[in-house]
Write a protein that binds this ligand. Sequence first.
Ligand SMILES: Nc1ncnc2c1ncn2[C@@H]1O[C@H](COP(=O)(O)OP(=O)(O)O)[C@@H](O)[C@H]1O
Ligand SMILES: [Mg+2]
Length: 360
Amino acid sequence: MFCKKIIYKDFRNIERAELEFCPGTNIFIGSNAEGKTSAVEGIYLFARGKSFRSQHDTDMIRFDCDYASVDMEFDDIRNHKMRIAYSRDGRRLCKHNGVDIKKLSEFIGHFRAVIFCPNHLSLVKDGPSVRRSFIDTAISQIQPSYVGLLQKYNSILSQRNALIKNAYFQRDVFDATVEYWSEQLAAEAEKISSKRARYTKMLSDSANELIGDMTGGREQLSITYRHQKTKEEYFAELFSNHEREIKYGSTLYGVHKDDLDIMLCGHDARSFASQGQQRSIALALKLSEGEISKKECGSYPVFLLDDVLSELDAGRREYVLSGLSDRQTFITSCNEEDFKGIGDAVTYTVKQGEFEIRNS
Ligand SMILES: Nc1ncnc2c1ncn2[C@@H]1O[C@H](COP(=O)(O)OP(=O)(O)O)[C@@H](O)[C@H]1O
Ligand SMILES: [Mg+2]
């Protein structure tokens, strides 16, 4: 996967920029709040169809402008040209090789990327929703139809939640329809959990290998998808806990509650691993996301390292950089020191949303 060129227009603080990249290391350097993360966010949009840091698409539109757009050209077997644009009134326009795309599941999957930013360093100790979002995003890129499954599940979930919220006032409606919504939810839950469990198995194998590498074979890592269940088991849980759900006012069972168990040398990494070990696991998970993407799709995704190098100690930094030497990488930092020892690279200096290429 090789992102060759990108054009930002009224995107965040970038009025207009047209940048060309090399297939190896690409660097964005600049002080705080100059536009480095915005540049990376624009690239990652093509992998995910939405921002990795804002809930609202309109946040990406430059202040006082009506539209934002990003155009990208990349190679992955074939040449691809994609466009994504947002308007202030909430519309999104997507194109792939000139053809309009309506569904998110048809937009993603062409361009694949792994993003690694300081938040990810706490992937092990953060709450379950962060780990669910990590695997959901990773699976979506290698299997875009998974996005449709999640959307269907979430729509059933919100209908079931509405039913639960109204149960105090309309108990008869609840009693008459809860079984139907529970069955629907359980059926989708089974599909999602089996895909997550399959992905988690691949993640576990790959991350264990990397942790073995990092620790000279001293540590073993094992990751499992907690509580993978069948449709009948999900349904049984939902069916036997109506009163509890009404009390809490929402659906308490299903894949929106599931989690990963991460065990280091047989102990729960969340409670027992040191901060350094947790960081190594996070690194291994992110690198494994790339390995799985290559295995499933035939080429490495691009890697985006946003402000993460200065958070790592020398050993881990070297490990990441040497692990990424055979694929396209984008690295942002405020700190020249972070780039010591990196060989050939295309370097852009970023200042107030403007990019200047540095002559090497
Ligand atoms: N929609 C927007 N329009 C204009 N400026 C924005 C918008 N969103 C964020 N910014 C500003 O863009 C600047 C660059 O942000 P960012 O890319 O996160 O900087 P960096 O990563 O270089 O620290 C910040 O000053 C931020 O406040
Ligand atoms: Mg930043």
